[in-house]
Design a protein around this ligand. Structure first.
Ligand SMILES: C[S@@+](CC[C@H](N)C(=O)[O-])C[C@H]1O[C@@H](n2cnc3c(N)ncnc32)[C@H](O)[C@@H]1O
Length: 317
């Protein structure tokens, strides 16, 4: 594939070729999610160290009554990065949603999630969209106003400037009268944060390393995966947990039609997970065309569930 044109490489191939050609190697986190990556993420959500899923699920359950009142009843719900959609039934029930539009980049996994949801919700209209929510999306025509759902602190994978752009694009997509129910992880003790991204059972390590295996599978890669190790570190100055794939020895390999070399200790930066205080989350909302209207957290302030309203419409709940 040495002569591969940019077009033949596709999005993943271009991202890998460009990301590994930088002085500081990095690959965007959205490429974790092939079918295997999605399955591994699902395993992560059940780990004892991974507090976000169970905390957010409890918040959705506990505040179902207020969610029904504030997030808009009987609307179509568009979920960005739906994954297994295990939390979704709580929001659908609370808001008596009529239509559900899950968007996810992991198309095969999305098909499985939708099949399961269709079995458990026979009356619900489900219109899945396989694609990248950070690009213009082909959404079905839906009756407005709409409710967006963006759980799991997926927003944390974007640096604050890109997060504002993304949330602004969701505001555009969802339109006037929209509500956004969004889960945002909080700043907390570094030890708890690092454990959540480096579990004792090694599932997060397998999730991170699967990116290299995916490159080998899909991009004619020759990466010696056993020469890499998983690293998760809290970067206090940036307010984020960083995940890296660190070379444990000198390696050279090909991928996406190019040759690459790495020295021992050099890393591929594979994910950021930014954490936000309540004040920072509110700033994020206001900078991107949303007005915060409700916020709930657990007793230990481990995770935040927010409801935002599309700003600029002179309406508050
Ligand atoms: C952190 S997981 C969260 C999954 C689920 N919403 C939850 O709360 O557990 C991120 C999800 O978003 C999807 N995803 C990540 N980046 C995406 C993008 N740019 N476009 C569409 N889906 C994306 C992944 O496939 C994955 O299902």
């Amino acid at each position: 594939m040495t002569q591969a044109t940019a077009e033949a490489l596709g999005d993943f191939g271009r991202a890998v070729r460009d990301g590994l050609s930088q002085a500081r190697k990095s690959i965007p986190a959205r490429y974790f999610y092939d079918l295997r990556g999605s399955e591994l993420f699902e395993e992560i959500t059940a780990l004892p160290e991974y507090y976000p899923t169970r905390t957010e699920t409890a918040l959705l359950r506990h505040h179902a009554g207020d969610l029904g009142r504030l997030a808009g009843r009987g609307r179509a719900v568009i979920e960005f990065g739906a994954g297994s959609a295990t939390k979704t039934p709580l929001l659908l029930a609370a808001t008596e949603a009529a239509t559900y539009v899950p968007v996810d980049i992991s198309g095969d996994f999305l098909a499985q999630s939708v099949a399961a949801l269709a079995r458990s919700h026979p009356g619900l209209r489900i219109v899945p969209v396989a694609g990248d929510f950070s690009r213009p999306m082909d959404l079905p025509a839906l009756p407005r106003p709409l409710t967006g759902f963006f759980p799991g602190s997926t927003i944390g994978n974007f640096d604050p400037r890109a997060a504002v752009d993304l949330l602004r694009s969701f505001r555009e997509t969802l339109g006037e009268g929209a509500r956004l129910v969004i889960g945002i992880d909080t700043r907390k003790n570094a030890r708890l944060l690092e454990a959540a991204y480096d579990d004792a059972a090694g599932v997060t390590a397998a999730f991170n390393l699967n990116l290299l295996e995916r490159i080998n599978r899909e991009l004619d890669g020759t990466i010696p995966v056993d020469a890499f190790e998983h690293r998760a570190v809290w970067n206090d100055g940036q307010g984020r947990v960083e995940m890296h794939l660190a070379a444990t020895r000198a390696v050279s390999f090909s991928a996406a039609g190019r040759r690459f070399s790495m020295h021992p200790g050099e890393t591929i930066h594979s994910e950021n997970s930014y954490k936000y205080s309540l004040a920072e989350a509110r700033l994020l909302a206001r900078a991107s065309g949303w007005e915060p209207i409700a916020f709930w957290s657990d007793a230990d302030d481990m995770f935040g569930l927010h409801v935002w309203a599309a700003a600029g419409e002179g309406e508050r709940s």
